[in-house]
Design a protein around this ligand. Structure first.
Ligand SMILES: [Ca+2]
Ligand SMILES: [Ca+2]
Length: 265
């Protein structure tokens, strides 16, 4: 499908964007437009802002590419419905590209020139995720690491369903649960979350003690625990597929399996 840019479309809110409607299935949409003026004062774009809004009806991958004809440095950004940047290309690369491995819901796309006016073509590619309840990529149903049972230790298990979708957009939280199967698993319990590719360096670890009784996390030695995570809690963890993993360990080294879940953020 192909559409032409229509002014006014300078945003910066969803209301000020050109509405592209909803994509319910796999789609490749081309937008032909013109950035009538370029410019950037070091903190913002000062030329023509071409802003588009669209909705993805189901989880999938979103790829955006912008090519142009004239001597210009064109940039692109993908925002959520609150105009928070999710992906962007502010480099001089041609074409300019931005992508979301896990996308679902309302998005806003901005196309800008740092310097000169130019005609451009935006290509938006949306591919629906193949089942799995959301997110994208292949969500492993077998653990990345088997659970470690320490001699004399306890029996910890992950409870959150494999491939569960953590929708952390718009301030959302997601609860991760574990059980000690009524064995004594001394605290603190440590929750480790890693991305894709998984590694110690690409992970965050949170520690919970039995004296911690907040609303967001708790552990009890012979029961288990829970932790509610937000996008901020895993802001430093990256995932090329949108798949993340979590596992929980006890003081003496017993651990749950590393279980996959999908993150929308
Ligand atoms: Ca324009
Ligand atoms: Ca415009």
């Amino acid at each position: 499908m192909s559409v032409d840019e229509r002014e006014p479309n300078d945003g910066p809110t969803v209301a000020g964007a050109q509405d592209l409607g909803a994509f319910s299935g796999d789609e490749t949409l081309t937008i032909r437009g013109t950035l009538a003026k370029g410019g950037n004062d070091g903190s913002k774009y000062t030329g023509d802002l071409d802003v588009f809004a669209f909705t993805l009806g189901q989880p999938g991958t979103l790829d955006v590419s912008v090519d142009w004809t004239d001597g210009a440095d064109v940039d692109v950004a993908i925002y959520d419905g609150n105009i928070k940047v999710l992906a962007s290309d502010g480099t001089a690369n041609k074409p300019a590209k931005a992508a979301l491995p896990s996308a679902n819901g309302k998005y806003v796309l901005g196309v800008y020139s740092k310097d000169n006016p130019t005609a451009y073509t935006v290509t938006i590619r949306y591919a629906k995720a193949a089942g799995g309840g959301g997110g994208t990529g292949t969500c492993p149903t077998t653990p990345l690491l088997p659970a470690t049972r320490v001699a004399g230790g306890c029996t910890m298990d992950a409870v959150t369903p494999t491939c569960a979708v953590a929708d952390l957009r718009n301030g959302g939280s997601f609860e991760i649960d574990w059980t000690t199967n009524q064995t004594m698993c001394e605290g603190p319990h440590k929750l480790q979350i890693t991305g894709d590719p998984p590694s110690e360096a690409n992970s965050v670890t949170y520690s919970y003690s039995s004296s911690y009784n907040g609303n967001d996390a708790r552990m009890t030695p012979n029961i288990g625990g829970f932790a509610k995570i937000t996008a901020a809690d895993i802001a430093t963890v990256t995932s090329t597929s949108g798949i993340y993993y979590y596992r929980v360990g006890a003081f003496y080294g017993s651990a749950t399996e590393a279980r996959a879940f999908q993150v929308l953020k």
